[in-house]
Design a protein around this ligand. Structure first.
Ligand SMILES: Nc1ncnc2c1ncn2[C@@H]1O[C@H](COP(=O)(O)OP(=O)(O)O)[C@@H](O)[C@H]1O
Ligand SMILES: [Mg+2]
Length: 506
């Protein structure tokens, strides 16, 4: 197959970071070429350079016979490079056709509606993408908006399509549809560069994988002759344990009981009469698409938001109107969704962050005085137990990587020996190694007989860890299922409000 894109020795630094370090990449005609790497590996930087958004410090890029000189995205587009960014660049008030034709070309005023609608209809047909050219983009789902972005690229006659983390905000069904679109494009000979940090997707879709780590392209392998294990090791740079082993466990007494909880935020009811229990020795996974009220429910349990009606009980005691502090003391530990905002004090040292909830109590304080020695000893022990790197207890929280910040929160919360741990998106944005570590810690707590409420937007995480799964949609529970008795696809449908019983939408 002919070479389409040839990236040679691209280097790009930002102040303090070598984002791309002598990067090489070869993409051939008709292939889906994945770039796999953890957050911060340099993937987006590389494709932004290819697209002319950043100028590299050195190196060269060739598209077929043409040397690119990185002048601007306009030049890249003219050369035939199409890119769909992590964040869409559509105009919600305009129609699909208007976005496809006008997008990115300000000043073009002779817009011929009829003609363009027809062009876009044809284009959509040619690439087998169902889309109504007259629909308003603001009314479309994320998955359909992404199709508009892809059509925009082909309207400009792209010879190469770059998709930067295209599955990140899609539902499982939308991911399936995107995969179909990508496969059709491949069968028409369109080369695709597909960026992801998810092993399973890369394994499923791509023909070749180039793995990036810390700014370098560490290897390019043929997808069908590699394994997830090999890819994970390349990605992280050391041996990773890929599978969590979950031993069967007996359900204990209920630790958390929610009865008909209603939570309002502003004028809207975000949680509408939700009831369930979380027992000792179980991980209860709450699945759902962002914005369906699951995080409001979490805040109601932790005491950050009031319940309008309903009761919350912890080990049989009513805590519905207790303060956050009281709930913490009663045994609720909390890993918040936004660790930088709610989890850590970023300009405090690790020592201080480790004792954030207990700094006024013995042994960390005596007669109102902070006790340095016990705090340092505690911080050292937690850093070791939870493998926080670097092992510098006086480092500021802000100077740690996301994964290590999350370990600090987990260490602090878990070491208080809670009855209930609420983990909201505990591995968001972390690398495979840190994800594994955190998953194993959650499972350890489970074996210790703790109750864990896991709220995650990652269906894979819910499926890997949960004993029972509750699906949240529009403020309600669509159902509760023992794990193993519900498929990924069924969960995906429930998450979009499809009632499996009737087969129709709610
Ligand atoms: N515009 C920028 N200014 C400064 N640093 C940046 C910029 N863009 C990316 N970086 C840094 O470069 C590194 C690689 O980032 P990026 O290419 O976005 O990684 P990825 O897409 O693989 O997650 C990171 O350390 C990031 O913080
Ligand atoms: Mg990126």
């Amino acid at each position: 197959m002919r070479t389409c894109l040839e990236v040679r020795e691209i280097t790009k630094s930002f102040p303090g970071v070598l984002a791309n370090d002598h990067v090489n990449l070869t993409v051939r005609e008709g292939e889906i070429h994945a770039i796999l790497g953890e957050n911060g590996a340099g993937k987006s930087t590389l494709v932004k350079i290819i697209y002319g958004l950043y100028k590299p410090d050195s190196g060269s890029i060739r598209l077929y016979d043409q040397e690119l000189n990185f002048a601007s995205p306009r030049q890249a587009i003219e050369a035939g490079i199409g890119m769909v960014h992590q964040h869409f660049m559509l105009i919600p008030a305009l129609t699909v056709a208007e976005n496809v034709v006008l997008g990115g070309e300000p000043g073009r005023i002779h817009y011929r509606r009829k003609e363009n609608v027809e062009i876009v209809r044809q284009l959509a047909k040619q690439y087998h993408m169902e889309l109504d050219p007259d629909a308003k983009v603001g009314d479309l789902t994320v998955g359909l908006q992404q199709r508009v972005e892809i059509l925009k690229v082909f309207y400009r006659k792209a010879k190469l399509l770059i998709l930067d983390e295209p599955t990140a905000m899609l539902t499982p069904q939308e991911v399936e549809e995107l995969i179909l679109v990508m496969e059709r494009l491949r069968s028409q000979g369109v080369p695709i560069v597909f960026i992801s940090h998810k092993l399973d997707e890369v394994q499923r879709i791509s023909d070749h994988v180039t793995v990036m780590r810390a700014g370098k392209t560490v290897n390019t392998v043929e997808t069908k002759s590699t394994t997830p294990q090999e890819l994970a090791n390349l990605m992280v740079g050391r041996e990773v344990v890929l599978h969590v082993s979950k031993l069967p466990q007996k359900l204990g007494e209920p630790v958390l009981e929610l009865v008909d909880i209603v939570v309002s935020s502003g004028r809207n009811e975000k949680v509408k009469k939700v009831s369930f229990e979380v027992h000792r020795g179980e991980i209860f996974g709450l699945a759902g698409i962002d914005g369906n009220g699951q995080f409001e429910l979490v805040e109601a349990i932790t005491g950050l938001l009031p319940c309008k009606t309903g009761r919350i009980r912890l080990l049989g005691k009513d805590i519905t109107s207790s303060s956050v502090q009281h709930r913490t003391n009663a045994g609720i530990a909390y890993i918040p969704q936004d660790r930088q905002l709610d989890g850590l004090v970023m300009d405090f040292e690790l020592t201080e962050n480790f004792v954030l909830r207990d700094f006024s109590k013995a042994p960390f304080a005596r007669l109102g005085q902070m006790q340095v020695k016990p705090i340092e000893e505690y911080a050292t022990r937690l850093s070791e137990d939870f493998d926080v790197r670097p092992r510098r207890i006086h480092a500021l929280a802000q100077n740690l990587s996301g994964g290590n910040q999350q370990k600090v929160i987990l260490a602090r919360e878990v070491s208080r020996n809670p009855e209930l741990l609420i983990a909201a998106q505990p591995t968001r944005g972390l690398d495979v190694g840190a994800i594994q570590f955190i998953h194993n810690k959650l499972l350890e707590l489970r074996s210790d007989g703790k109750a864990i409420l896991l709220v995650s937007l990652e269906l894979d995480e819910i499926l890997a860890l949960s004993d029972r799964i509750g699906v949240f949609y529009a403020g309600r529970l669509m159902g509760i299922f023992p794990s193993g008795q519900v498929t990924r696809e069924q969960l995906g449908l429930l998450m979009t409000g499809v009632d499996l019983g009737s087969g129709g939408r709610l």
